[in-house]
Design a protein around this ligand. Structure first.
Ligand SMILES: Cc1cc2nc3c(=O)[nH]c(=O)nc-3n(C[C@H](O)[C@H](O)[C@H](O)COP(=O)(O)O)c2cc1C
Length: 154
């Protein structure tokens, strides 16, 4: 069971979530997981992985460019899992709207991507060195990773 978690982050949250997901998959579900920062390696070779996680932060209503490009890959025969980090997604009042805009709407443009699981997690916004908003919930990330790990291992 080999998985890659390919992510792009600007404020760090998607990277933190990627590492949490990787730990849960390794420690609780026995996966062999590689975590790849798309800024360092924008075009990872996906050929040896049965499962591909793609994670992106959201700014100005948009996915980050490198993560979005990866959605164009050929996922034939692979399981795909998608997650995003957005401040609005971590607020119960705007979570469903965030799922609609940042997951459903975006993924509808990539018919090659048929994710077996998706999630929209919260985010953190800093300005002038000060945290202006923080809707992150690492326990949620951990619980979701555990559930996805069980689903993938079936
Ligand atoms: C310039 C800017 C624009 C943002 N735009 C949005 C937005 O449109 N919707 C939203 O929910 N969060 C928005 N955020 C909050 C980000 O989603 C949050 O910083 C998140 O942690 C980004 O993921 P990352 O930490 O992996 O880069 C914005 C943050 C910044 C700095």
């Amino acid at each position: 069971m080999k998985a890659i978690i390919a992510y792009e982050t600007k404020s760090g949250v998607t990277g933190e979530s990627s590492n949490i997901i990787a730990s849960v998959l390794r420690e609780k579900h026995g996966f062999n997981v590689d975590v790849v920062n798309l800024k360092e390696n924008p075009k990872p070779d996906l050929s040896s992985y049965q499962t591909v996680f793609i994670g992106s932060g959201i700014r100005m209503g948009r996915w980050y460019g490198r993560a979005k490009k990866l959605l164009r890959s050929d996922f034939e025969g692979k399981k795909v899992v998608i997650f995003v980090s957005a401040c609005s997604a971590g607020d119960p009042k705007s979570h469903d709207e965030a799922v609609g805009k940042y997951l459903n709407e975006v993924l509808s443009k990539y018919p090659n991507v048929k994710p077996v699981a998706t999630a929209a997690f919260g985010g953190r916004m800093k300005m002038f060195g000060k945290v202006q908003a923080d809707t992150c919930d690492q326990d949620k990330v951990r619980a979701w990773a555990d559930q996805v790990g069980a689903q993938l291992a079936r």
